[in-house]
Ligand binder design. Structure first.
Ligand code: HEM
Length: 123
């Protein structure tokens, strides 16, 4: 079966929601990442759900509510090192591994996120 977007191939909204719910507990347990995030992670999870939906070709939920993503700019107030970018990607890799998404799709999603993660390095 051919899909036109990663969002569709992954299974749409419930799949992105599930991924985000598996990702943030790992971020919150990570010694390099946890100190950057607020205790109440719920609003961050909601924004990430909106952003990843549109990033993977689904509905433009993030831009509709928050305007142009300008994601590197929105990350400038946090000291993002190369180590933190790798840590972020490793949390995402482990979150993806917990899902039942096909491995080639997991690899593709991770590869797509790898560019932005390294681009956000600012410290
Ligand atoms: C490179 C390592 C990364 C670190 C250390 C990091 C860290 C953070 C932090 C600390 C926040 C703010 C939490 C708050 O609201 O207080 C945030 C927000 C966010 N991050 Fe990241 N992030 C990284 C990479 C990424 C990547 C690769 C993406 C997606 C491609 C992403 C998407 C988002 C989104 C959508 C938000 C919410 C932005 C908003 O406030 O509207 N982040 N991130």
């Amino acid at each position: 079966m051919a899909y036109s977007t990663i969002y569709e191939a992954a299974g749409g909204a419930p799949a992105i929601r599930d991924l985000v719910e598996r990702f943030y507990p790992k971020v919150q347990e990570h010694p390099l990442l946890a100190p950057l995030f607020p205790e109440d992670i719920t609003p961050v999870m909601e924004k990430q759900y909106q952003f990843l939906s549109q990033f993977f070709g689904g509905p433009t939920l993030y831009s509709d509510e928050h305007g142009h993503p300008m994601m590197r700019g929105r990350h400038l107030r946090f000291p993002i090192t190369e180590e933190r970018a790798e840590a972020w990607l490793d949390c995402m890799r482990r979150a993806l591994a917990e899902t039942s998404l096909p491995e080639d799709l997991q690899a593709l999603m991770l590869e797509r996120l790898s560019g932005p993660a390294h681009h956000f390095v600012n410290s």
